[in-house]
Design a protein around this ligand. Structure first.
Ligand SMILES: Cc1ncc(COP(=O)(O)O)c(C=O)c1O
Length: 388
């Protein structure tokens, strides 16, 4: 039996919604209501064919809404497929890297994509530009050019550490015909971006889009679409066989028809569509990024004014405004704080499992109310005062 929590929080102090996970993250009740409506036998979407108009219309809403949200540049396309961002790493490895990738690695997720291209027997070993967790590694165009790199890859937001890398073109890369792939799984919808600077900006729906996991979405530039077509053509030195499930060209063809290669989780799509439209109604990316920054600001201000807490990311410019990591003094057991919070319905503020820090990690995606973040920090103060 685990020990009973040793501290309590009065219900008057609790946030209205205690979900602060870094993904899956808070789902708004209106999204669940949208699900219920989609299950209404009078006009059903759930439980119907994904090749027929009711589900295809949901996919169309997602694709159009995402295009509007990100002010998609001319010629860019919204593709989607099953398997989440982890699957997209394999799609990119198979369909987009011609010979060699360069990866910025500054945490778990950047490292996983680097491991994927390193495993591919048809690719040269990737270049890995590494930085310690809590800092940011920058892609290196000069190194890439000297090593024949044709894909640059970086996370936008490293969910495992709470460090953010501003999205920018890699100097010289476009002129060399190299692509920039940005893993925006936790950044998309909560962080500013100019998608025109990227060739593929990809993400899952389980963070800022407040849906379930299991899908990947990718905003693809014309150069990325063309690269996939060349690689997958199988002809010439750069061509190869690509399994259908990992074919970006196949995913694009299905997406253009508002479908996916194989059966998607329709409920995820319904929640995703609702969230995209909710963001658009409120002012789109400008609104959501400001809201996330407000919530994150509450946490960083709080952490810097407590002598027992400090932001894990020391460079303020590299601090994420969607996933906030706060180290606690060794005298305070963060796992005990997390346990007390959980016992009171404040959920999932534990650090990334492999980071091994005495830390709180808080997801402040757009669905989270900034006032709930204010309540959260008051609750942490209250708990720490009792545990110390
Ligand atoms: C930055 C980042 N990349 C990739 C992933 C993997 O996403 P998925 O679980 O959709 O495969 C995650 C999951 O948390 C993530 O945060």
């Amino acid at each position: 039996m685990p020990d009973a929590p040793t501290a309590t929080i009065p219900s008057s102090m609790l946030p209205t919604d205690g979900r602060f996970g870094s993904g899956p993250s808070k789902v708004r009740p209106a999204q669940v209501a949208a699900l219920a409506a989609a299950g209404d036998p009078a006009a059903p979407v759930l439980g119907t064919s994904h090749r027929q108009p009711p589900v295809k219309n949901v996919v169309r809403r997602v694709r159009r809404g995402v295009a509007e949200l990100f002010a998609l540049p001319a010629g860019y396309e919204v593709a989607l497929g099953n398997g989440g961002s982890t699957a997209f790493w394999e799609v990119a490895t198979a369909s987009l890297v011609r010979r060699r990738a360069q990866h910025a690695v500054f945490g778990e997720f950047g490292g996983k994509f680097a491991a994927a291209t390193a495993r591919a027997p048809f690719l040269e070993d990737p270049q890995v530009v590494e930085a310690a967790p809590g800092t940011v590694a920058r892609l290196d165009g000069a190194l890439g050019a000297s090593g024949g790199v044709d894909v640059y890859a970086t996370p936008h937001n490293e969910t495992s550490t709470g460090a953010v890398a501003p999205v920018a073109q890699v100097p010289g890369a476009r002129a060399d015909g190299a692509l920039l792939l940005v893993d925006a799984t936790s950044g998309a919808g909560g962080l500013p971006v100019d998608v025109a600077d990227t060739d593929v900006y990809y993400f899952g729906p389980q963070k800022a889009f407040a849906a379930d996991g299991g899908l990947w979405l990718a905003l693809c530039s014309p150069a990325a679409v063309e690269r996939a077509a060349t690689v997958e053509a199988g002809a010439g030195p750069d061509g190869r066989w690509v399994p259908e499930f990992l074919s970006l060209t196949t995913a694009l063809a299905n997406s253009r028809a508002d479908q996916t290669l194989n059966t998607p989780a329709v409920a995820t799509l319904v929640m995703l569509a609702d969230q995209v439209e909710w963001l658009l109604e409120r002012g789109g990316l400008a609104w959501s990024t400001a809201r996330c920054a407000e919530s994150a600001g509450v946490l960083y201000d709080w952490a810097t004014t407590r002598d027992w807490a400090s932001p894990f990311v020391t460079d303020a410019a590299e601090r994420s405004t969607v996933v906030v990591t706060v180290d606690l003094d060794d005298a305070i057991d963060a796992s005990a704080v997390v346990a007390v919070l959980r016992a009171h319905g404040i959920l999932d503020v534990f650090p990334y499992r492999k980071l091994n820090r005495n830390q709180l990690r808080v997801g402040v995606f757009p669905a989270v109310e900034p006032d709930d973040v204010r309540a959260l920090v008051a609750c942490v103060d209250h708990v720490v005062a009792q545990l110390s």
